[in-house]
Design a protein around this ligand. Structure first.
Ligand code: FES
Length: 219
């Protein structure tokens, strides 16, 4: 197993299209701080206030920008936030929610304290990503898009390539990539992340509103 920190950047990907990396979410600090809280709608209004379309066409084009800003800030976009976007841009909630649920970048529910992208691209598939998915289901009772009952871990399976096929199978947990994984080493990565975060919280007397990056593992 290896761990490394260089992070390729992905763009918006339609659900089921399988042609890219679906990761436009917040860093781990944001996910932890905000993933379990209610979205502050005043903040949503501030985030979208600078988007001032000149006409209907431009308003339609700005929906994705608004959703991306909210998603990046809170880790997800609630229905209430989508309603604010629709109201601000003079469009319908159905239109906004349709885009929100089409793109895999966006979440409509809070993330867990840790967020994992599991690559299910061809190289990772050949090297055993399906076994990782199955093992996560068996150990943590989560499938693609789900969060563990204790709120620790959210799993997102991506059908595109995360760009480091020579280390397949790959996951990105919070802000670090891990490769050459087995079911056992993946579980170690997860447990180490949870333990490190809890230790940091105790050390800082935190209420869970902060975290730090996973140290990269060594072969
Ligand atoms: S297919 Fe998984 S990193 Fe390329």
């Amino acid at each position: 197993m290896i761990g490394f920190l260089d992070s390729p950047v992905g763009g918006a990907v339609g659900r089921g299209q399988g042609d890219g990396v679906a990761d436009a979410g917040p860093g781990p600090g944001q996910a932890l701080a905000q993933g379990h809280g209610q979205i502050d709608l005043d903040v949503v209004r501030r985030l979208v206030s600078h988007l001032q379309p000149q006409d209907h066409q431009e308003a339609q084009e700005l929906i994705l920008a608004a959703l991306q800003e909210i998603n990046e800030h809170f880790g997800y976009v609630s229905l209430e936030a989508a309603e604010i976007v629709a109201d601000h841009l003079g469009t319908t909630v159905n239109r906004v929610y349709g885009l929100l649920t089409f793109y895999a970048d966006f979440r409509t529910e809070p993330r867990g304290r840790h967020f994992m992208l599991l690559c299910h691209g061809m190289s990772c598939y050949v090297m055993g990503s399906q076994q990782l998915v199955q093992d996560l289901h068996d150990r943590y009772d989560i499938a693609d898009g789900e969060t563990t009952a204790d709120g620790e871990l959210t799993l997102q399976v991506v059908n595109g390539c995360l760009g480091v096929c020579d280390r397949a199978p790959i996951v990105k947990l919070d802000d670090a990539f891990y490769g050459d994984l087995t079911t056992e080493s993946l579980n170690e990565v997860i447990q180490r992340a949870i333990a490190a975060r809890r230790a940091a919280e105790v050390g800082h007397g935190s209420d869970g509103a902060g975290t730090r990056s996973l140290p990269p593992s060594h072969p």
